[in-house]
Ligand binder design. Structure first.
Ligand SMILES: [Mg+2]
Length: 377
């Protein structure tokens, strides 16, 4: 089996003026990502996603990957991540290189699954679960100051039993956002908060002390992802679970998070961390220190599908089935046609569960006509 064609497809969607959504760092109107389409000699198509701008992905593919990937057997993709650190030497530490590795690797796993007629999670290490607990990513900061309770009520009405909200713009107002979310969700639901790395450690401590009474499943990126000493300080000064990983890539960066237990949960993004092959290595690393693994997803439907397949294969060690700690996947509730419109059958998180696709490969059918509507070029 040989890859005969590689296409890079930049996608983008712009929210209307006034409808911008954001996090503690500011508002945005643009959603963009890049898909990678591989085709083999027998016409099998595999899809992957690079969570990076299209022109950069295109240039990185052309300079560093096209020659290697075209002609490659998709079953050889696991060596790509390793090779990216040695050939060309030193380039593997680039987020753009690892985003491209991610896209190629996921597309190869999609093809591999289709070639043997199995869903990817069965090939990655086995089926740990067939249903995941989707959590709503919601309560964004909004351009028009939408009342903070509204999006959480919508998520509950859709059936979500877990949610993550944006805080981190101001330690003084964080508690009101968390209290509102907890009141609407109820006491039994899982609630996470995301500070998007907007605080210095002392500010994060101040905020966490005001919100820790609300039974948080984790506090995400309380300080910038590079500030490992900040994570260490928060470990010592707070008693909430910490999470990070969406801005990290490759086994070497995740090893630092895991080795000293700087976080309780690592969050690899399947379109940035190095793909399914590397995510499996990251999950193995995490298991050695009993650090949880919950994928980060703010992608198109292709990256979501890869994350769902990965999540379904991750062991919940050391828990037994008696410990209620279900595998969760992030389900963004901001408007995003790149998530809803590019599949023949979109994912459906309503009702509080997300079924793991059981079809071959990623288990999705990409609507190539819809993709044309969102092409960035
Ligand atoms: Mg986040």
């Amino acid at each position: 089996m040989e890859i005969t064609d590689l296409e890079v497809v930049g996608l983008s969607h712009t929210l209307p003026e006034g409808e911008g959504l954001g996090d503690a760092r500011g508002f945005g109107h643009d959603r963009s990502t890049t898909l990678l389409r591989l085709e083999t000699g027998d016409g099998t198509v595999g899809w992957g996603e690079a969570f990076a701008p299209g022109p950069i992905v295109e240039a990185t593919v052309d300079e560093l990957f096209r020659e290697t990937v075209v002609g490659m057997d998709p079953f050889d993709s696991e060596s790509l991540a390793t090779r990216s650190y040695t050939d060309p030497y030193h380039f593997g530490g680039s987020v753009f290189v690892q985003s491209v590795v991610s896209a190629v690797d996921v597309a190869c796993w999609d093809i591999r699954g289709k070639a043997v007629g199995r869903p990817v999670h069965r090939l990655l290490g086995g089926r740990e679960c067939e249903e995941l607990l989707p959590y709503a990513s919601t309560m964004y900061y909004t351009e028009r100051d939408r009342p903070i309770a509204e999006p959480m009520r919508e998520a509950v009405d859709e059936g979500f039993e877990a949610a993550k909200i944006k805080i981190g713009a101001d330690p003084e107002t964080d508690a009101e956002r968390v209290r509102t979310a907890r009141e609407i969700l109820g006491d039994d639901a899982r609630l996470m908060v995301d500070m998007n790395g907007n605080y210095r450690p002392d500010q994060a401590v101040r905020s966490i002390r005001k919100i820790s009474e609300y039974d948080l499943t984790w506090v995400e990126e309380p300080v910038p992802p590079e500030n490992l000493s900040g994570y260490r300080e928060l470990r010592e000064r707070t008693d909430v679970p910490l999470a990070a990983g969406e801005a990290h890539y490759g086994r070497f960066e995740f090893k630092r998070l895991v080795d000293d237990r700087l976080v309780d949960v690592v969050q690899p993004n399947l379109a940035r961390c190095g793909g399914l092959s590397e995510a499996r290595r990251i999950a193995d690393l995490a298991s050695t220190e009993n650090v949880g693994v919950r994928p980060h997803i703010w992608n198109s439907a292709v990256g979501l599908a890869a994350a769902v397949q990965f999540a379904a294969s991750v062991s919940d060690y050391p828990h037994t089935r008696n410990v209620p700690d279900p595998m969760m996947v992030e389900f963004d509730r901001s408007p995003n046609p790149l998530r809803e419109d590019i599949l023949e059958t979109p994912f459906d998180p309503s009702g509080g569960t997300l079924a793991v696709p059981q079809g071959p490969g990623l288990g999705i059918s990409v609507d190539e006509g819809a993709i044309e509507r969102y092409r960035a070029d």
